[in-house]
Design a binder for this molecule. Structure first.
Ligand code: AP5
Length: 222
């Protein structure tokens, strides 16, 4: 059985969520976005949602212990996945390695979505989302048919509270400090493929598709 277990690594606005949504339509993978799961917890006002709220609104990371427990629970039920927005620190990366080693399910690859900072900021501040389905738009590069309205359900789109210029800038700083070291971590393990994430959405999707054969590997541990 060919299995895909991949991490989408990249700064806020690099297009991880956009591309994970496209990939899950082509390959039968579970798309697990820690950001989306945390936002659902906030809407439902769960203890995790309440604990995560202040960090997220400041553009800071939620504490590792909370995130690791969340991912551990999720990964217990799937062997094919795209992790979008996790890991984001070295401790999270090490915890992921341990979780997967216990189940003899190593990562089959890491795609690093690389784009310059000024482009990322422009994308984040022009993003609109459907909070009901997670569909992502961009007023400049990928607008809905009618401004502010979702193409599918006809209901209003929203901007994320952390997509203001100030908070998006903070998120990019946090990425540089805490997440960018993972590029070296996964390069050393021979897992990293760079994607030119500054290209348009279709072009990036083609780059991602081209990596699928390398991401699939024969499952030899069963
Ligand atoms: P999270 O929701 O993960 O946000 P993020 O990593 O900041 O990523 P984004 O969703 O902003 O960007 P993306 O790369 O998915 O871009 P998208 O495809 O939407 O995290 C939010 C918060 O949750 C964090 O700040 C933190 O507090 C917490 N959190 C989450 N995970 C955590 C963890 N592991 N540890 C600790 N805390 C955690 O695209 C962006 C825009 O660009 C869209 O408008 C899109 O239409 C457009 N676009 C995309 N691709 C292209 C393209 N190729 N060309 C033109 N436009 C494009």
């Amino acid at each position: 059985v060919s299995e895909i277990r991949v991490v989408f690594l990249g700064a806020p606005g690099a297009g991880k969520g956009t591309q994970a949504t496209l990939l899950r339509q082509q390959a039968s993978v579970t798309h697990f976005s820690t950001g989306d799961v945390l936002r659902r917890h906030r809407i439902e006002k769960t203890p995790l949602g309440l604990q995560a709220e202040a960090c997220m609104d400041r553009g800071e990371l939620v504490p590792d212990a909370l995130i690791i427990a969340l991912v551990e629970a999720e990964l217990a039920t799937t062997s094919m996945f795209v992790l979008d927005g996790f890991p984001r620190t070295l401790s999270q990366a090490e915890a992921l390695d341990t979780m997967l080693a216990t189940r003899c399910m190593p990562l089959t690859g890491v795609l690093f979505f690389d784009a310059p900072r000024d482009l990322l900021l422009r994308r984040l501040t022009a993003r609109w989302v459907n909070p009901r389905t997670g569909r992502i738009y961009n007023t400049i590069t990928d607008p809905p048919r009618a401004a502010g309205i979702d193409d599918d359900d006809g209901l209003p789109l929203e901007q994320r509270v952390d997509d203001t210029l100030e908070t998006a800038t903070r998120r990019l700083d946090v990425y540089e400090q805490q997440t960018a070291p993972l590029i070296a971590y996964y390069t050393q393990r021979g897992l990293l493929t760079r994607i030119n994430a500054a290209a348009d959405i279709e072009d990036v999707a083609a780059q991602v598709r081209a990596t699928i054969p390398a991401l699939q590997r024969m499952e030899t541990h069963r």
